[in-house]
Write a protein that binds this ligand. Structure first.
Ligand code: KIV
Ligand code: ZN
Length: 514
């Protein structure tokens, strides 16, 4: 019998702290619903006190997403604990996660507290959280650079005060796997009441060993792992959920442990998070990279043709990477389209469905074969609820080796149709300069990436951009069989997000750790 390891997903909290990965409320809800389908045990939906946007995200996710326990982060301060409870109250399965540093470096330079003051604050805040909820997690931040003896004392005290999970963060990604495993063993052996709590780990990837550290901790008895989809997170990121889940599932013989993750949902979750955050997954990334299951060398291909297990330790289907399945064609009706989306896990409201169906029909006219990935791109755009201050209407570009690239763009701006022509270094540059002039944007384009959604020269191109204006960085994406049109849509999607954020009053900057 394998031991059950709980998966605590922090894509929406620590993952969202990645530069440029901020998500709006609808995007967070979409990700949270996918995490529920993926089978995670706990979703850290945000840090309720940090901003009105985070508060609302925690509240809506806690009330609307069924299955996982929903958690809010809270500093070890009364106002944070109270705010976390306000966001969570009334929801069925909730947790408050409170934290304070235990390393002398942090206590002296950042928190300006003595060890005793920090211990006392941790105990008081855990008790306060327990006054609201049964399920309380405590993290001694920078645990891996803390004096282990002091760490044991703090853990014993917070468990006595009611903490049901004690999470050991390698906040700065400093630990080595054997050393981190030893720390977990030390906690098991030296904290007298440790059996009353689940030991969790939370590893950052600064030295590239976040997953290795998490697995080493599982070997030493950790029962919960904190991780993110695609490993996104502060700096070099957090431990990647898909690597941990597949590591345990594939090597159950070695770890004797497994998770409840529905691994067939992994690729879909990865693509959704990448699309929403604009953080492209590197091709050689384990489990979800484009090349993760691609065998290029002749000798490997020869072996695979004879027997899959010669070079394949996991089946691509086990992570949801099915051979692109042809789903629909030109003659498919609205009912079949709706059914197909429901099978893929998307329930659209009637008006969204009508718009998505119209787009599907147009696509099916341009492209002989429409695959599941094409439908995902359509749905992702239709589910966008950012108001369209700038709406794409049409585009005409002329470009070639012996002429100045020119773009004529037609947009609807605040309900009025406008047209303008401009030039640039290439067709995309001409289109972007013209759009920038028409929308009078002061933003800067930081990144631009294009990829084909499926194979073939008639494939839809998907463009992701990252755009910065003042302190705000947003991502935009667009898909079309014409990559210049996809580029224009992606840029407008980003500009619409900036316009929306500017119009909102509740988008106060987030409070971070102290
Ligand atoms: O990395 C860290 O220490 C954290 C804590 C808030 C758990 O994210
Ligand atoms: Zn962290």
């Amino acid at each position: 019998m394998s031991r059950l390891i709980r998966i605590f997903d922090t894509t929406l909290r620590d993952g969202e702290q990645s530069p440029g990965a901020a998500m709006n409320l609808d995007e967070k809800l979409m990700v949270a619903k996918q995490l529920a389908r993926l089978g995670v045990d706990i979703i850290e939906a945000g840090f309720a006190y940090s901003s009105p946007g985070d508060f609302e995200a925690v509240r809506r996710i806690a009330h609307e997403v069924e299955g996982p326990t929903i958690c809010s982060l809270a500093r070890a301060r009364p106002e944070d604990i109270d705010r976390a409870w306000e966001a969570l109250k009334g929801a069925p399965k909730v947790r408050i996660h409170t934290f304070i540093s235990t390393s002398d470096i942090h206590l002296k330079h950042q928190f300006r507290l003595t060890r005793e003051q920090a211990r006392q604050r941790a105990v008081e805040m855990v008790a306060r959280a327990r006054g609201y909820v049964e399920d309380v997690e405590f993290s001694p931040m920078d645990a891996t650079r803390s004096d282990p003896k002091y760490l044991y004392e703090v853990l014993e005290a917070v468990i006595a005060a009611g903490a049901t999970t004690v999470n050991i963060p390698d906040t700065v990604g400093y630990a080595a796997p054997q050393e981190f495993g030893r720390l977990i063993r030390g906690i098991r052996e030296n904290v007298p009441n440790i059996k009353k709590a689940v030991i969790s780990v939370h590893c950052h990837n600064d030295l590239g060993v976040a997953v290795a550290n998490s697995l080493a901790a599982i070997v030493e008895g950790a029962g919960q792992v904190e991780c993110t989809i695609n490993g996104i997170g502060e700096r070099a990121g957090n431990a990647s959920l898909e690597e941990i889940a597949m590591g345990l599932r594939t090597r159950k013989d070695f770890y004797g442990a497994d998770t409840r993750i529905v691994t067939e949902e992994i690729v879909k979750s990865s693509r959704l998070v990448s699309k929403i955050t604009g953080m492209v997954v590197q091709p050689n990334k384990a489990i979800v990279g484009a090349n993760a299951f691609a065998h290029a060398s002749g000798i490997h291909q020869d072996g695979l043709l004879k027997e899959k297990t010669t070079y394949e330790i996991m089946r691509p289907e086990s992570v949801g990477l099915n051979k692109s399945t042809l789903v629909m064609g030109k003659l498919s009706g609205r009912h079949a389209f709706k059914q197909r989306l429901e099978d893929m896990g998307y329930k659209l409201a009637d008006d969204e469905l009508n718009k998505a169906f119209e787009r599907f029909k147009r696509l099916a006219d341009q492209k002989k074969e429409v695959y599941e990935e094409d439908l995902e791109a359509i749905v992702a755009e239709e589910l966008q609820t950012i108001p369209e201050t700038y709406r794409f209407k049409s585009l005409h570009v002329e470009s070639g080796t012996d002429m100045t690239p020119t773009a004529r763009i037609e947009l609807e701006i605040d309900g009025k149709v406008a047209q303008q022509t401009g030039t640039g270094d290439g067709p995309v540059d001409a289109a972007y300069r013209t759009i920038a002039a028409m929308t009078q944007t002061k933003s800067t384009l930081l990144t631009y990436a294009v990829k084909a959604i499926t194979g073939g020269t008639d494939a839809q191109g998907e463009v992701m951009v990252k755009v910065e204006e003042g302190p705000k960085t947003v991502t935009g994406h667009g898909a079309d069989t014409d990559i210049i049109v996809a580029s224009a849509k992606a840029y407008l999607n980003a500009l619409n997000k900036i316009a929306y954020w500017k119009s909102r009053k509740d988008d106060a900057p987030k409070i971070h750790y102290i």
